[in-house]
Design a protein around this ligand. Structure first.
Ligand SMILES: [Zn+2]
Length: 172
């Protein structure tokens, strides 16, 4: 299982190494810098609509030193992960409450088939749904998982590549 946040991190790092590709879609050439969820990202004009426009990349080329630093690779990335035995936990907690799958489904406004699939481990609930189940059943299903990017950090430091370097390379 690859969490979507993990994919985002890989995408970001890849974009950083593979020159000026859009940090969001990774397909188009990045033309603007936009602030997305607090981070300055190089994005294509299409993806730029998702964030706050900061400046165009061509404007940065003219400036000797870009005012905005390249996004730093975080030391630790905390992400929400579903516990491994979520299926058994949900079933046990539901049975403790004396609820049938049908009653439980009605109470949380979900389909019985969904509950059945989750409890048999055939369907992994989304984090949002897991949180809803947590609240109702008063159990812990989502745990924070810390991903430490030691290697990536060292490599980034050793290369000492900045956003400005990429711009220079691209220009020359
Ligand atoms: Zn894009």
């Amino acid at each position: 299982m690859i969490a979507s946040t993990q994919v985002e991190i890989i995408k970001k790092e890849y974009a950083l190494l593979a020159a000026m590709q859009c940090d969001i879609c990774g397909n188009k050439e990045a033309t603007i810098v936009a602030s997305i969820e607090g981070a300055a990202l190089n994005v294509c004009s299409g993806c730029g609509k998702f964030g706050k426009f900061l400046r165009t990349i061509s404007a940065a080329q003219k400036a000797p030193k870009p005012a905005i630093k390249a996004p730093t690779i975080p030391e630790k990335e905390v992400m929400d992960m579903l516990i491994e035995d979520y299926a058994a936990c949900i079933r046990q907690a539901r049975e403790k409450l004396g609820l049938k799958q049908e009653d439980f489904a009605k109470k949380i406004n979900e389909k019985v088939s969904l509950i059945h699939h989750i409890e048999t481990g055939r369907h992994e609930p989304s984090i949002e749904l897991a949180r809803k189940l947590e609240r109702f059943l008063r159990i812990k299903l989502v745990v924070e998982h810390e991903e430490v990017h030691d290697k990536a950090k060292k490599e980034a430091k050793g290369e000492s590549f900045t956003l400005g370097d990429f711009i220079k390379i691209k220009k020359g």
